[in-house]
Design a protein around this ligand. Structure first.
Ligand code: F6P
Length: 541
């Protein structure tokens, strides 16, 4: 594989490869040659620094890197998360064809379908008002208490599918900072509130602490007996949920082969299902399934997640770009960049290969972003004229949900396309100068000012276009990015499915709590930590 990476570096060093602007000028067909579609979902990667040679090398890299073999291992339940000896089967959660998927010789689909049906019945009961609070009032507000993968997916997807939201109001509490739950509870009446405690492990300190605060809120207002009417739980650790006192028909399980950051398709999606209803939740799963089928069966050169992963690898490991910006021109995708941050950075932020040796080159990039057009008025300056090249990934729907505001949607589209065009085309010194002199500036001043108005151009971007942000389209988009992360992980030769990197901080926080509480001395800690503990203790009221 390394030999192909070296060939890629050589091919990319030729100006013809990285001069995207010249490539467009030389080839009227460039868009159709470097874009692919799946139904109404179009991925245009013509504005990246690829040419036929580079694409051929990337496809060879996928082949030699064993992407197809690893993909089959994932879909068929092999324990590819080998550091935890677990299969990786979020795809089974949206396996709408219901073909058997075996883990340790047992088909997981009956259990998957059973939980999905139980979630549906519960969601319908809450939505219709049939399942009431302890005092007989219908539930008007649902609070999901979870963090990381037990929060980001439901938050992001509930916002994204606002036009389909016809159930109770949704709230999300994640942070250990008491401000989060306190500000949320202020908005709520105990009698009409349902809490969903979402935690794969049911041990996460943030979630357990917030759950206890919520429990006190209900017990204080309505009595201890009311708890069973106002709580539900989602977890793989069913024994621990029992101990919390949640009624057994309100506990929704999932399995250790679902990674936290891949769990929106499981019972972790319950808040979303309550918001939009089981049918739309089913369409969301259908969208992901469509991508799964495509990823597994489409030829490499037409395979969206594969190509997206290959270009991601090319940007990171051949051209050395350290970050990627996710820029949805879709306000309802405002939390999608944050969602992808966990998906991508927790999966591919690794420094050790599957053999236990250091990663050669780089692993995953920093992922960040904000929706357009807001970002344009904040950080786009750096993307256009800063000294770092930041590959951008734009997404835009052909249609919004506000036909009466069609003009605003057209402005949104124009802005999105203008950004990718500007990044690619740039503005030369001559063009900048000509623009200034045409407005009457004298030559000397134009020479002085023009360099500040130069854009280097040739800055890469990918644009996704889709009809409308429906549940199906959202499911498809998330699954597309999941598989891109998978492809990059295989090429980085890492395990994308564990997350040991978050453990050390957790361990140290547990050790520091008695120090912060003043029960233990800070003596064993470094002088900075000791100084900070002392400063905080001194200022504490
Ligand atoms: O941040 C680490 C992590 O383990 C994530 O992978 C996970 O999504 C999150 O914590 C929450 O974990 P749990 O669902 O077990 O509470």
């Amino acid at each position: 594989m390394q030999a192909i990476v070296e060939q890629l570096k050589k091919a990319a060093a030729e100006t013809s490869a990285t001069d995207i602007r010249a490539a467009f000028a030389a080839d009227a067909d460039r868009f159709s040659r470097f874009s692919v579609s799946l139904d109404d979902l179009l991925m245009d990667y013509s504005k990246t620094a690829v040419n036929d040679r580079i694409l051929a090398l990337l496809l060879e890299l996928a082949d030699k890197g064993g992407v197809a073999e690893k993909r089959e291992e994932m879909f068929t339940g092999k324990a590819i998360n080998f550091t935890e000896n677990r299969a990786v089967l979020h795809t089974a959660l949206r396996n709408r064809g219901n073909t058997p998927v075996l883990v340790g010789g047992k088909d997981v689909m009956p259990d998957v379908n059973e939980v999905l049906a139980a979630m549906g019945a519960f969601a319908d009961g809450i939505r219709s008002g049939e399942l009431k609070g302890a005092t007989g009032k219908a539930i008007t507000d649902v609070v999901n208490i979870g963090i990381g993968g037990s929060d980001l997916g439901p938050v992001m997807a509930t916002l994204a599918l606002a036009p389909f939201h016809d159930g109770p109001r949704l709230h999300f509490v994640s942070n250990i900072d008491g401000a989060h739950i306190a500000d949320t509870l202020k908005l709520l009446a105990a009698e009409t509130t349902l809490f969903i405690i979402a935690s794969k492990t049911f041990t996460t300190i943030e979630t357990m602490t917030n759950a206890q605060t919520a429990r006190n809120f209900i017990a204080t207002a309505l009595g201890e007996d009311a708890v069973k009417h106002h709580f539900a739980a989602v977890s793989t650790a069913l024994d621990k949920v029992d101990a919390f006192g949640i009624a057994s028909d309100r506990i929704f399980g999932f399995w250790d082969w679902v990674g936290g950051r891949y769990s929106i398709w499981s019972a972790i999606g319950l808040p979303l299902m309550i918001a939009v209803g089981p049918e739309d939740f089913g369409r969301f799963l259908d969208g992901a399934h469509a991508i799964d089928t495509h990823f597994r069966t489409a030829p490499a050169e037409k395979n969206l997640p594969l190509l997206l992963g290959l270009i991601g690898f090319y940007h990171r490991n051949v051209l050395g770009y350290p970050t990627r910006a996710i820029l949805p021109y879709d306000q309802r995708l405002s939390r999608f960049p944050a969602y992808l941050q966990q998906l991508d950075m927790e999966s591919n932020g690794k420094g050790v290969t599957i053999d236990g040796t250091p990663v050669e080159g780089n692993s995953g990039p920093v992922v960040w972003g904000e929706p357009g057009t807001n970002g344009q008025h904040a950080f786009y300056q750096l993307i256009h004229q800063g000294t770092s090249v930041i590959p951008a990934e734009f997404m835009i729907a052909a249609n919004g949900f506000e036909p009466e505001l069609r003009h605003q949607h057209q402005l949104l589209i124009a802005n999105c396309l203008a950004q990718s065009e500007a990044l690619m085309r740039g503005r030369t010194l001559e063009e900048a100068k000509a623009q200034l002199t045409s407005k009457g500036m004298d030559d000397k001043k134009a020479d002085f000012i023009a360099p500040h108005r130069v854009f280097t151009g040739n800055r890469p971007s990918i644009t996704f276009v889709y009809d409308k942000l429906t549940p199906f389209a959202l499911g498809r988009l998330i699954a597309l990015y999941e598989h891109r992360v998978f492809v990059e992980g295989v090429l980085f030769r890492i395990n994308s499915f564990d997350q040991w990197g978050v453990e050390l901080g957790k361990e140290l926080a547990t050790g520091l709590l008695p120090v912060v509480e003043g029960k233990e001395s800070a003596a064993g800690h470094d002088s900075s930590t000791q100084g900070l503990v002392a400063a905080l203790a001194k200022a504490a009221k």
